[in-house]
Design a protein around this ligand. Structure first.
Ligand code: MN
Length: 210
């Protein structure tokens, strides 16, 4: 997330097949090597003629879209968002044996959503109801409370001064090969793969960042 222009495709932090049978190897290869790579290439291409933004991070680009030249605002929103969202996506999931809710975040989820079960249900519901391409996010608001929000396309809650710590990609490319139109089954699988240690790290970093 600290990357600046020119942005580079990071290695996936686990093998492509490591999330089987929940997310299949071919989907992971396409999603990481093709979809994410395309967002990175597009973003570099847009920024190549704008050296004044070469030392901006993804977060700075997304939070300050309104101060960018008009002619690149929409493309930066789509592509910096696409890079940020996918960096986070591949980071917040991992092979199932690594994943357990971490004590601190667990406590916070219970405080803000009443129970872990309620959080899981609300997050899954948000992912299911997203119409068309987009994401459900778990974010920290300016008062330090956790909230669930939806965003379409590659839009990001940073634009609304909300700090994402977890997201689920519900674009069809994230699940269609294996699950076809059964988005709900993909969501149930994704929930098993959440790397709570990394989500807690995002929580701690963003709390400090505010
Ligand atoms: Mn995606």
């Amino acid at each position: 997330m600290e990357q600046k222009y020119p942005f580079k495709l990071p290695n996936l932090p686990y093998p492509y097949e490591a999330l089987e049978p929940y997310i299949d190897k071919e989907t992971m290869m396409l999603h990481h090597d093709k979809h994410l790579k395309t967002y990175i290439d597009n973003l570099n291409n847009i920024l190549k003629d704008y050296p004044m933004f070469w030392d901006w991070t993804l977060e700075e680009l997304i939070k300050n879209i309104a101060s960018l030249p008009n002619e690149i605002q929409e493309e930066v929103r789509n592509n910096a968002g696409g890079v940020y969202n996918h960096f986070m996506y591949f980071d917040v999931i991992s092979p199932i044996e690594n994943n357990k809710e971490t004590p601190l975040l667990k406590q916070k989820l219970i405080e803000d959503f009443g129970s872990l079960e309620n959080f899981f249900n609300l997050f899954k519901e948000a992912a299911k109801k997203q119409f068309g391409s987009g994401y459900a996010f778990l974010v920290i608001d300016k008062n330090g409370n956790l909230k669930i929000v939806n965003k379409e396309n590659q839009d990001n809650p940073l634009e609304d001064n909300l700090y994402p710590i977890l997201l689920i990609d519900v674009w069809e490319h994230a699940y269609y090969l294996k699950y076809n139109n059964r988005r709900g089954e993909y969501i149930d699988s994704f929930m098993k793969l959440i790397n709570w240690r990394n989500v807690e790290e995002n929580y701690m970093n963003n709390k400090k960042g505010q």
